[in-house]
Design a protein around this ligand. Structure first.
Ligand code: CMC
Length: 435
């Protein structure tokens, strides 16, 4: 039962006028709602219509479970708050990739492997130089992550589990190095190489903030906050970027190129770009007295403005990641002794007003994980245009775990949705002088 979607005894019956009823099996996962298996419909000449995949399960997966109504998020069965408080990011990477939390020996071995793949091929540094200095770091990350496929292609057999594991380790090792390099490049500083004696989070902070003239001393509270941000963003089942990775991967494409597809999809403000958009919005609001103006805009159907950092496609109760992130946010601000911070004041008041406003209550629009992560990253000194890069760094393990799982699933096929064609009916090409 636990490892395979099961067909129940029940069927749904689809009645189409003038046709025989079609029996559709109902299948069940370990948890979550029953699912109507519509796979037979295509052969009978029907498609289903579901823009945004609101009612569509594109695959079965053993990795992450979300109950949006109850605000539950489990990685491999473990609640996100327990993982965030009792483990670290590398344990979570191991869990997502392999299905179980590591014991001490497994952890040591995994950590060793991750730390010993952090260097990137030195030739990659010259790729950075092809980008304008003022390029958005997400643009750089899309390009450089895709370029990794040119470095690790020929000897990669995606049907070999060992090759896939090595790819996963390379990715979670190298993406932080590349992320920090994209920042250093944007400010004209020399690249800072990884230091293997540091933890995963501390090493990232070191590569971001150390310079050849001065070493960055990593504050343990900040290190822990960074690690938590990584854990909370590590996976989120079939979101837009993970689905992009799976769709790209379904054709057998190189995994590094698939991860580049995930990074591109994550970039948008409705997805991973929300943390950057949220901070820019808080800066734009500026002072508490301007909040009502922005709330009114968010409610106005004729205004495309939305409150960034609020709402979620799946969570219709509080985002469980936001609960942990809010606590971490307060820890960081206390540690840094930040009390009167205009952005924080606006954020606190906005949260308060939105949570008590009928419009937001009726639509279940709660602050999501990106509402708080942006405030923490800002306090740590991470520039706003790096926020989504950090999300991408953390989500890389989720993407590669899904890509890996997909290769093993017998049901996996090339992703090929259909459409409702609403263009011109058949017509004939006229010679140009008759058009
Ligand atoms: N501000 C104002 N109104 C909103 C918002 C918002 N942030 N989000 C949704 N609504 C309204 C929307 O106008 C609609 O109202 P009505 O029913 O009157 O037409 C209703 O709520 C339902 O919205 P929807 O567009 O059908 O919801 P969706 O599931 O398609 O969109 C979302 C989910 C996350 C894209 C959306 O809530 C949003 O744009 N939020 C802001 C961006 C954001 O913070 N994204 C990060 C999500 S968490 C990180 C991640 O996992 O990527």
């Amino acid at each position: 039962m636990e490892n395979k979607a099961q067909q129940s005894e029940q069927f749904a019956t689809l009645n189409i006028p003038g046709k025989d009823p079609i029996e559709l099996p109902i299948i069940e996962g370990t948890m979550g709602p029953e699912v109507i298996d519509i796979r037979a419909l295509g052969k009978q000449g029907y498609f289903t219509y579901d823009p945004g995949f609101v009612s569509t399960a594109s695959c079965s997966s053993r990795i992450t479970f979300i109950d949006g109504a109850k605000g539950v998020l489990l990685y491999r069965g473990y609640p996100i708050d327990q993982l965030a408080t009792k483990t670290d990011y590398l344990q979570v990477c191991y869990l997502l990739l392999k299905g179980e939390l590591p014991n001490k020996a497994e952890y040591k071995n995994f950590e060793y492997q991750v730390k010993h793949h952090t260097l990137i091929h030195e030739q990659i540094t010259s790729l950075f130089k092809a980008f304008r200095r003022d390029s958005h770091p997400m643009a750089v990350m899309c390009g450089i992550a895709g370029a990794l496929s040119a470095f690790y292609h020929d000897n990669l057999d995606i049907y070999d589990p060992e090759h896939r594991e090595k790819t996963a380790i390379r990715l979670i090792s190298k993406i932080p190095t590349l992320a920090a390099m994209s920042y250093k490049y944007s400010i004209g500083h020399p690249f800072v190489y990884p230091r293997n004696e540091l933890s995963y989070a501390a090493n990232f902070l070191h590569m971001m903030f150390s310079t050849p003239c001065e070493e960055y001393k990593v504050n343990p509270v900040i290190e822990r906050a960074m690690d938590r941000i990584f854990i909370l963003h590590a996976d989120h089942e079939q979101n837009a970027s993970t689905s992009s990775v799976r769709l790209a991967g379904s054709s057998g494409a190189n995994p590094y190129a698939c991860i580049a597809a995930g990074i591109a999809s994550l970039w948008g403000p409705a997805h991973g770009g929300a943390n950057e958009a949220c901070l820019r919005m808080l800066e734009q609001i500026g002072t508490i007295d301007r909040i009502p103006e922005f709330i009114a805009r968010a409610k106005d159907k004729n205004d495309p403005f939305r409150l960034s950092g609020f709402g979620h496609r799946v969570y219709k109760a509080y985002d469980p990641r936001a609960v942990v992130m809010r606590d971490t946010c307060h820890e960081v601000l206390a540690e840094l002794n930040i009390q009167d911070h205009p952005i924080l004041d606006v954020a606190t008041e906005l949260e308060h007003i939105a949570l008590s406003d009928e419009y937001f209550i009726q639509r279940n629009l709660y602050p999501n994980v990106d509402f708080y992560s942006g405030i923490i990253l800002n306090a740590i000194g991470i520039p706003t245009n790096m926020f989504t890069v950090i999300f991408a760094l953390a989500r890389t393990i989720g993407w590669i775990s899904h890509w890996n799982e997909m290769q093993e699933m017998p049901e996996s096929r090339i992703g090929r949705p259909r459409q409702i064609y609403i263009g011109k009916p058949l017509r004939q090409v006229k010679a140009m002088h008759h058009r």
